[in-house]
Design a protein around this ligand. Structure first.
Ligand code: HEC
Length: 407
C-alpha cells in the first residue's frame, strides 16, 4: 500500500485503540473505586437486598448508585453490560500489531543482530505468543495452583519474565517488548470474553430461573478480574515503551521490563489498598525509588555520555579514530535517505518523527539518540534498508562517546 495511506491507517487504528482502551480501563477503574466506596444505606432508605449505596456529583448532576447483595428480585428491562470496550480494545490493538509488526515485519519485527529468524518465522512466534500465553494462563488458573492466589501470581510473574527473556532472544527489541504487552492484553480480553461475561450471564439466567448461580464460576470470574486489575499498569507501560530505547535497548531489557512491571503492580496495589480504606504509606515511595534505581542501573557508563571527555578536560581525539567528516558521510548515506527535509526514499515526504540529519548541528544535538538507535540497539536504520555495516555503527558510536565534536 501507498506509504502515506499506510500511515493514515496506522493513525486510525492507533487512535481507535487508545479511545477504546481508555473506555475499558476507565470503566474498570471506576467500578473498582465504586465497589470500595459503597456504604450500607441509612435505615430510612433501607431496601430489601440492597447491600450498599453511593452518592456522587459529576458533570452537573447528582447520582445515586445502589448495589444488591445478590441480585434484585426482578430484573429491569435494560441491563448494561461492559464488554465491548474490552473486545474493541483487543481488536484494534491486534489490527495495529498486525499492520505495524507483521506487514512491516522486515523493518519492525526481525533483527538479524538478535536472531536469524526470517519475517515469516517471526510472525509465527508473535502469533504463537498470543495464543500460547492464553492457553498456559487459562490452564494455570483452572489448576490447583489457583487455590493459592499468591503462588499463582508468583508463577505468572516468573513465566511472564521468562517470556520476555525468550522474545528478546528472537525478535527485534521493540517487538519483543510489545509482544509481552500484547500477550497480557490478549489474556485480559479473553478473561472478559471466556470467563467473566459467561459467569455474569449465568448469574442472570440463574436469577430468572430462580436457582442459585454457579459459585465456582463466580470464583473464577473474580480471580480473572483481579488479574486484569493488576495487569493494567504494566500493559500501559509496554504500550508506550517504543518511545524509550533506554528500556528495550538495554542488554538486560527483559529484566528491566520485569522491574517496571513490579513498579506497575505495586502502584495498582497502592490504589487497591487505598480503595479498601487501608492506605499504605510505603508502596508509592517504594515504586518511585525502584524507578530511580532502574534509571541508575541502566545509565550509560560515564565515558558513554556525550561531552564527558570534553568536560573532563581530556584530549577528545586521544584514542579516537573517528572524525566528524567520516560520520557525516555515514549519516548522509545511511540515515538521510529518510531523515532529511527532502527524503529520497519513495513514499516519504517529511523526515520521520521530524528527525532530520541534514546539518552538522542536527547530527550533534541528537547524538545521544543516534547512539542508542543505531549503535546500542539496531532499531535504525529501519529494517537496515540502507545497509549500514557494523563497522559504521562502531565508528559513529566511537565519535559520540568521544564527545560528538564537529571536527
Ligand atoms: C528507511 C527509513 C529510515 C532510515 C534509513 C532511518 N530511519 Fe530513523 N526513523 C524512521 C522512521 C519511520 C522513524 C519513526 C518511526 C519509528 O520510530 O519506527 C524513525 C525514527 C528515528 C528516530 C526518532 C525515534 C525516537 O524515539 O527518538 C531517530 C533518533 C532515528 N530514527 C535515527 C536514525 C538514524 C541514526 C539512522 C541512520 C543510522 C536512521 N534513523 C535511519 C525511518 C528511518
Amino acid at each position: 500500500m501507498d506509504t502515506h495511506l499506510g500511515q493514515w491507517l496506522n493513525l486510525a487504528l492507533r487512535w481507535g485503540h487508545v479511545i477504546t482502551g481508555v473506555a475499558w480501563i476507565g470503566t474498570s477503574f471506576y467500578f473498582n473505586w465504586l465497589n470500595s466506596r459503597l456504604a450500607p444505606p441509612p435505615p430510612e432508605r433501607a431496601e430489601p437486598g440492597v447491600a450498599g449505596e453511593l452518592w456522587s456529583v459529576h458533570g452537573g448532576g447528582f447520582y445515586r448508585v445502589v448495589k444488591y447483595a445478590v441480585a434484585p428480585t426482578r430484573l429491569p428491562p435494560t441491563l448494561h453490560w461492559f464488554k465491548w470496550e474490552a473486545y474493541a480494545t483487543w481488536l484494534t490493538g491486534f489490527a495495529l500489531l498486525a499492520w505495524v509488526y507483521y506487514v512491516g515485519a522486515a523493518a519492525y519485527l526481525v533483527d538479524p543482530q538478535v536472531s536469524r529468524l526470517g519475517p515469516r518465522a517471526a510472525i509465527a512466534v508473535g502469533l504463537g505468543t498470543l495464543l500460547g500465553a492464553w492457553v498456559v494462563y487459562d490452564a494455570l488458573c483452572r489448576s490447583r495452583l489457583a487455590n493459592s492466589p499468591l503462588a499463582l501470581a508468583a508463577t505468572l510473574f516468573v513465566l511472564g519474565t521468562g517470556l520476555a527473556w525468550g522474545l528478546t532472544q528472537l525478535l527485534a527489541p521493540r517487538a519483543a517488548y510489545l509482544h509481552v504487552g500484547a500477550a497480557l492484553g490478549t489474556i485480559m480480553a479473553a478473561n472478559v470474553l471466556m470467563v467473566i461475561i459467561p459467569s455474569q450471564r449465568d448469574m442472570v439466567t440463574a436469577l430468572t430461573e430462580g436457582r442459585a448461580p454457579d459459585a465456582a464460576r463466580g470464583a473464577q470470574a473474580a480471580l480473572r478480574s483481579l488479574h486484569n486489575n493488576y495487569f493494567t499498569l504494566p500493559v500501559l507501560f509496554i504500550m508506550v515503551s517504543s518511545h524509550y530505547p533506554e528500556t528495550y535497548g538495554h542488554t538486560l531489557s527483559w529484566l528491566i521490563l520485569a522491574g517496571l512491571a513490579l513498579v506497575g503492580v505495586a502502584t495498582r496495589h497502592w490504589f487497591n489498598l487505598r480503595n479498601e480504606g487501608r492506605p499504605n504509606g510505603w508502596l508509592l515511595p517504594g515504586a518511585a525509588l525502584a524507578m530511580v534505581a532502574l534509571a541508575v542501573v541502566t545509565a550509560p557508563r560515564r565515558a558513554d555520555r556525550t561531552g564527558a571527555y570534553e568536560r573532563a578536560g581530556a584530549n577528545p581525539t586521544a584514542g579516537n579514530t573517528a572524525s566528524f567528516a567520516e560520520v557525516r558521510v555515514i549519516m548522509a548515506r545511511r540515515c538521510a535517505p529518510c531523515h532529511s527535509a527532502a527524503p529520497t526514499v519513495p513514499g516519504l515526504t517529511t523526515p520521520p518523527r521530524g528527525v532530520a540529519f541534514d546539518t552538522p548541528e542536527q547530527i550533534r544535538t541528537r547524538a545521544d539518540r543516534i547512539l542508542v538507535m543505531a549503535a546500542t540497539t539496531h532499531t535504525m536504520p529501519l529494517g537496515n534498508v540502507t545497509g549500514m555495516t557494523d563497522e559504521e555503527r562502531a565508528l559513529v558510536a566511537r565519535w559520540i562517546r568521544a564527545g560528538a565534536l564537529l571536527r
